[in-house]
Design a protein around this ligand. Sequence first.
Ligand SMILES: Cc1cc2nc3c(=O)[nH]c(=O)nc-3n(C[C@H](O)[C@H](O)[C@H](O)COP(=O)(O)OP(=O)(O)OC[C@H]3O[C@@H](n4cnc5c(N)ncnc54)[C@H](O)[C@@H]3O)c2cc1C
Length: 450
Amino acid sequence: MSTIGVAASCSCLRPGVWLLKPGVQKMSCLGLHTAARCAAKDCYEVLVLGGGTGGITMSARMKRKVGAGNVAVVEPSKTHYYQPLWTLVGAGAKQLATSARPTESVMPQGVDWIKSRVTGLDPDENCVWLENDKKISYKYLIIALGISLHYEKIKGLPEGFHHPKIGSNYSVHTVEKTWRALQDFKEGNAIFTFPNTPVKCAGAPQKIMYLSEAYWRKTGKRSKANIMFNTSLGVIFGVKKYADALLEIIKERNIAVNYRRNLVEVRADKQEAVFENLDKPGVTEVHQYEMLHVTPPMGPPDVLINSPVSDEIGWVDVDTETLQHKKYPNVFGIGDCTNLPTSKTAAAIAAQSGVLDKTISMVMKNQLPTKKYDGYTSCPLVTGYNKVILAEFDYKAQPLETFPIDQSKERVTMYHMKADMMPLLYWNALLKGYWGGPAPFRKLMHLGLK
Ligand SMILES: Cc1cc2nc3c(=O)[nH]c(=O)nc-3n(C[C@H](O)[C@H](O)[C@H](O)COP(=O)(O)OP(=O)(O)OC[C@H]3O[C@@H](n4cnc5c(N)ncnc54)[C@H](O)[C@@H]3O)c2cc1C
């Protein structure tokens, strides 16, 4: 990273106004009072795009840095979801309602919530465009737009979801269908898919498979189910330590894994799923199903594709250690929409938020960012209704575990952490900008052993 000094100015600003120390400006950049909750301004010291996990977390942290009235979040959705709970909702272990809260209730008090969609970014002019052609300017921009789901890239979807026997934990509209299909299961193939694209929480496509297997065991239907994991990948999991543990479970529970198989069509009226063989172009296989769980293809949000802030695919192009944009020093990215080469999870966002907070502080002081993100991410691999393998790892796909125990073992304690503790931590600490990941605990835990 060469440049770090921010020469940017809000295009609506009087010259020199940014020489004021961040956080001590009493007036907005337009000289308007900023107490009103409804966005009435068109220029902010910190503008956050997206009010999901990363956006709300960073807006809470920025509020503490520059004052609530100088921060705004652009987010169209009235409801904020804690998506990691959907794995358990799809398996009937939690209610969907427990994963949802009004966006208003998670928006940090005093921060302006702009209820709109971003339609364009102009980082050379320090502004973004909204749906109604309104322009909003900023001094610092944080992009947290998440990842887009593309069910429509599979022939026969999304309309196929109107039929029974098919569900998907990845969308609020289809997660409860998974639970219905699981309960309706009588006899035949139960197929779980993994697409040929990056995904969020790469463990989730198989977590629901282990839960389904456990459910059918509990209800006496296991012998009637032929369970298959059809994955586009060539491995079960990207970190060897956890992959080895999962392969043991797969063997013990008599699950078939078909690698390099990509779902391309669903004929929901006939309960047929069509897969392409990624190693034999043009060769497809048709499987009858009694239950199908779809993990959809995913990609960057449309607004980021061909945007000046994005790489050639459409992910926000940030420095892997500081999360500062590689070309625009007053632009930052966090979470699923970035090209950070780690697994896209809320746990990763927690660690990223602590680093990004420090990076922005340094940039605001015209100093070089020093705190470095190591790629920390975590995936609680739910392998039953009371079992979890807690995978934690870094950019190098090396385990980076918090607890001084063998985390590749299935544990009841880790299940309770996933199902009961993590939601509390999410709503009460992460979204409020107080949880920067488990690194301090890891140090303490491991120190305690010395
Ligand atoms: C089934 C499932 C299981 C999961 N399990 C886990 C787990 O066990 N552990 C874990 O850590 N993570 C898990 N995750 C992943 C985790 O939920 C995500 O990685 C995390 O929520 C991503 O946060 P984000 O801020 O990047 O995106 P999001 O939280 O998705 O937020 C993006 C926001 O941007 C908004 N937006 C999009 N386009 C625009 C636009 N044009 N203008 C304005 N706003 C826009 C959206 O409305 C959304 O609110 C799971 C996810 C799923 C679906």
